[in-house]
Design a protein around this ligand. Structure first.
Ligand SMILES: Cc1ncc(COP(=O)(O)O)c(C=O)c1O
Length: 399
């Protein structure tokens, strides 16, 4: 039995690698620098060019770039007309923002359980949680895998619900050949540095609906319109006039971030390809291990995976998840856990949510951790990660 690094053995590698990291090339640096040296570093032409590019990549008719994925979700809830007394169904196995966006507008998040194999929101559980107050579903493409769009769409249509897709993890993913971004009523993206493409911080909402697009622009830009044909005032005093029509926010993205994101999107296919190669290598390495459960995918999803999650089969291990996690860290492979069920947090506990609401999600949470997955990983990094998982699993194996 190989001695674990946590017990004084030699780690599988000398330098630590982390669960995710950005790829910034000279092309990205040049794209940013050229905007910084120009006249307009915000409210300039790069944001418009980015929105056009996002439409090309996602197949959506409209895109609104914003300052982060959380702002994108907030704008989507505003545009959907959600407010006090409304209920919004989402998953607990996500970053808090997927539920917080409902709270921002005074609505109530309701948590549906997840599929035990794919970890994505379970359409049957969505349906079971619908009440007369339900107005929308925020379905998260968890780890990058597309949700069961057809079934969720059917449920939303049957009950008159808006479908907001939280695709923070899923740029580049396709469902039945259609890219994420063109399927839900609105789709929200995040461009945080651990995501597949980055703007430093950034987000966007895509939609095919011109009215939702209009509302998304208002929500993200102070509720202000600038084109005379949209004015309520029919005889403005001069060309300086613009009009605030609703209460909105300043959620603008800067032009240098937009330029960075355009440059990153030019590499999306390359990033997707490498992520898929690494996912395949991990799946192959772990598929016959008793101690590890591999996340399954629906056949309709052609996934650009953001996260690779290993789920420990704790019946076959004599350690806890925390001990396995610390052992990985000592081997210089730094995992992370995605995510603590959202309603377990004190904020939600204080609102009255109780543990036990979503037993499948809670059970999955107990055994999961995300291991390194990013396109800059070389084959040795991938081999080291696999070696660390196998070494620790063998050490703690229990029959
Ligand atoms: C599923 C999900 N939704 C929303 C967000 C929020 O995105 P941002 O960090 O860009 O605000 C994240 C970010 O981690 C996320 O993972």
């Amino acid at each position: 039995m190989e001695k674990l690094a946590i017990h004084g053995g030699t780690p599988v590698r000398k330098e630590k690698i982390y669960y995710g990291r950005q790829w910034i090339g000279d092309d990205d640096v040049q794209a940013v620098a050229s905007v910084l040296k120009g006249d307009l570093i915000t409210c300039g032409p790069s944001v418009e060019a980015l929105e056009k590019k996002l439409c090309e990549v996602t197949g959506a008719k409209y895109a609104v770039a914003v300052c982060n994925g959380t702002a994108a979700l907030h704008c989507a809830c505003i545009a959907a007309g959600l407010g006090e007394g409304d209920e919004v169904i989402t998953t607990p196995l996500t970053f808090a923002a997927s539920a917080n966006c409902a709270v921002y507008v005074g609505a109530t998040p309701v948590f549906a359980d997840v599929n035990p194999k794919t970890y994505n929101i379970d359409p049957a559980s969505i349906e079971a949680h619908i009440t007369p107050k339900t107005k929308a579903v925020v379905a998260v493409d968890f780890t990058g895998q597309a949700v069961e769009h057809d079934r969720i769409r059917e449920i939303c249509d049957k009950h008159g619900l808006k479908l907001i897709i939280d695709a923070a993890h899923a740029i580049g993913t396709k469902y039945k050949g259609k890219p994420e971004g063109s399927i839900g009523d609105m789709t929200c993206f995040s461009f945080h540095p651990v995501k597949t493409v980055t703007a430093g911080e950034g987000g966007a909402i895509t939609t095919n609906d011109p009215e939702l697009y209009r509302r998304l622009r208002l929500a993200s830009q102070h509720g202000i319109v600038r084109h005379p044909e949209e004015f309520v005032e029919k005889n403005p005093e001069g060309i300086w006039y613009y009009e605030m029509q609703e209460l909105g926010y300043n959620y603008r993205m800067t032009d240098f971030q937009a330029a960075l994101l355009i440059s990153q999107l030019n590499k999306l296919d390359m990033f997707s390809k490498r992520r898929k190669e690494i996912v395949n290598a991990y799946n192959e390495a772990f598929k016959d291990m008793e101690e590890i459960i591999v996340q399954e995918e629906i056949p309709e999803s052609d996934t650009t995976r953001h996260l690779y999650i290993i789920r420990l089969n704790l019946d076959k291990l004599s350690c806890t998840r925390a001990e396995f996690f610390q052992a990985m860290s000592a081997e210089n492979i730094q995992p992370q856990v995605h995510y603590v069920p959202v309603y377990w947090f004190p904020f939600y506990e204080k609102m009255g949510y109780k543990r036990g609401l979503c037993p499948v999600a809670e059970d999955i949470y107990k055994g999961i951790m995300s291991i390194p997955l990013y396109p800059m990983m070389n084959d040795q990094d991938v081999a080291d990660t696999i070696a660390a998982v196998k070494k620790i699993a063998a050490y703690y194996h229990k029959d």
